[in-house]
Design a protein. Structure first.
Length: 548
């Protein structure tokens, strides 16, 4: 690899951009490697100087090429015919997927990387050696590496691992979580160490598990690659890697290619799941309903609740309740299945049941999650308006059915299930942001602060995003107990949205810290024939929740 001997002036040296190198297995790369390289070449914060290509003389193709596992299934004598057939069918399904139809495609590096930037490593020594020539090396090829390569970058070598290594190691990425019907699929970003088996974790996240292997793998690779870019960009700006996460025991077994029995079990299970998805497309889908019962949320016997009746072709969800003049009013998302759009409707709740009052808020885009709060003696609503790419607040001008747009808190953001509340003399916002507009608001929880809830200037918390975990990130309501505040969180399930809720007490909330402590988990076991619940709210006089 040619290197310039020209000396830089001190001023030029201080302005030198962050030097990034990549290691790939060969010049034909996956969609995710290709997109990473395009991003690096266009990033003003760093300079992609070298792409190392390890010799492929032995014909081995390794992670993160997403189709390498698939090729194993097609060609390996260890994979059974039932598994090969199931994965072949999955390939056809994936081609129909708008977001992931190119998951298995290959791309030629020569189309975007200049020839002088490519350096082929032909021996296990993996030269160059000597002084570091890079700030950071990102590898898209598996270890082992030669001794020379370990010294090529000042900050070392980092890699994206498509596993939660504490639970699953080895085996097809994204397969075993589907096989065992896990609710979430994990990934980690690690700094590799020369001693085998001793990586240091820089970042970890968990996405909701999709209902078949290749779809789950595509979702896993797409989202984890986004966070890899984020870590690299942050490192380029600061000049240092993020802090390492605490080491924890590795409790899961190593996994490999499924056995013949496991393959048959997976194929049969995939067939049943595919049939259920076809029924959903035909309209035989689950419906969300809202239940209510008197009293506060502590000690609420959910099985005793009365249910608000759904209109034909509609479902109700995301209830929030408020008591006015001794009467209980519930605002809900009223989702029109035919129009695929929600609006906010109001009900009066009483001993005799629920009486429909009317439409409280409707726009020409989807509305849900009608979060209510008081400010200076006035009632406000902050519904989900992610379809408009805004966070909006509406003011009640004639309770309960007349509201007007009062303030737009943020624009150009895909945010859902926003909650505003006052604590220690300041206003705080908890919201779920879809960072790359995947249509998934279950990954990231963000907190912001401002002087008033109607402000258009919200300051992000330094630890944003607080969580990247589909098992506990998305908001599902809020309850109070005196001065204590509890965030209700959704937990996504295997192949489904809204499996359970967790009630978490917000223990600490400052400019520097956010901590919450789980109090209890509400599972969908309180009524027969239900399998999901994702929301709960109470004003102390009456408690409302939803279930599927």
């Amino acid at each position: 690899m040619a290197r310039s001997n020209a000396r830089m002036s001190p001023d030029a040296a201080t302005k030198a951009r962050f030097r990034l190198g990549l290691l790939v297995e060969r010049t034909s790369v996956s969609k995710y490697v290709y997109e990473f390289i395009k991003w690096a070449l266009a990033n003003e914060n760093l300079e992609l100087t070298t792409v190392f290509i390890r010799s492929s003389e032995n014909g081995v193709v390794s992670f993160p090429l997403p189709d390498y596992w698939h090729e194993d299934f097609r060609t390996s004598s260890e994979a059974s015919l039932s598994l090969k057939f199931a994965v072949a069918l999955e390939r056809l399904l994936l081609l129909k997927n708008r977001d992931h139809h190119r998951h298995l495609d290959r791309f030629d590096l020569a189309a975007i990387v200049p020839a002088e930037m490519i350096c082929e490593l032909r021996s296990d020594e993996n030269t160059p050696v000597g002084e570091p020539i890079l700030d950071l090396l990102v590898t898209f090829a598996p270890s082992p590496f030669g001794a020379g390569l370990w010294n090529v970058a000042k900050l070392g070598i980092i890699a994206l691992s498509p596993y939660d290594d504490r639970l699953y190691r080895g085996g097809p990425p994204g397969f075993w979580e589907v096989y065992f019907r896990e609710d979430v699929t994990g990934f980690t970003i690690q700094r590799l160490q020369q001693a085998p088996g001793t990586p240091e974790t820089l970042f970890s996240g968990r996405i909701a598990t999709q209902f078949y292997y290749l779809l789950n793998q595509a979702s896993l690779f797409q989202k984890s690659a986004h966070y890899l870019r984020r870590i690299v960009n942050q490192t380029a700006l600061t000049g240092t890697l993020p802090s390492f996460q605490a080491k924890l025991p590795f409790s899961g077994p190593a996994r490999g290619t499924p056995t013949a029995g496991q393959s048959l079990r997976y194929a049969l299970g995939f067939g049943r799941l595919l049939f259920s998805k076809i029924l959903q497309k035909l309209g035989f889908d689950y419906r969300w309903k809202v239940g209510f019962l008197p009293g506060g949320w502590r000690g609420a016997a959910l099985w005793r609740a009365r249910v608000i009746k759904n209109d034909r072709g509609h479902y109700l969800a995301d209830p929030f309740v408020i008591t006015r003049d001794g009467k209980h009013f519930c605002f809900v998302e009223d989702y029109d299945i035919a129009r695929t759009r929600g609006r906010i409707c109001a009900y009066r709740l009483g001993d005799a049941g629920a009486d429909y009052i009317g439409v409280a808020l409707e726009e020409d885009f989807h509305l849900s999650y009608p979060y209510l709060f008081d400010y200076k003696g006035e009632l406000f609503m902050c519904p989900e308006t992610s379809a408009a790419r805004e966070i909006r607040v509406y003011k009640c001008v004639d309770f309960p059915l007349h509201w007007k747009l009062e303030s737009t808190l943020m624009k150009g953001v895909s945010a859902a299930d926003t909650m505003l509340f006052e604590r220690s003399g300041r206003w705080w916002m908890l919201t779920n942001i879809d960072p790359a507009e995947w249509g998934d608001h279950s990954l990231e929880l963000h907190v912001f602060s401002a002087e008033t809830p109607l402000s258009g200037d919200w300051r992000p918390h330094k630890d944003n995003p607080l969580f990247i975990d589909a098992a506990r990130t998305r908001n599902g309501g809020m309850v109070k107990d005196g001065d204590r505040l509890f965030r209700v969180a959704q937990g996504q399930g295997f192949g489904m949205y809204g499996k359970r809720t967790t009630i978490n007490e917000i223990v600490e909330l400052t400019d520097d810290r956010y901590t919450e402590q789980p109090v209890c988990v509400i599972s969908p076991t309180f009524r027969p024939k239900i399998f999901g619940t994702h929301h709960l709210h109470s004003d102390g006089n009456i408690t409302v929740f939803d279930f599927a």
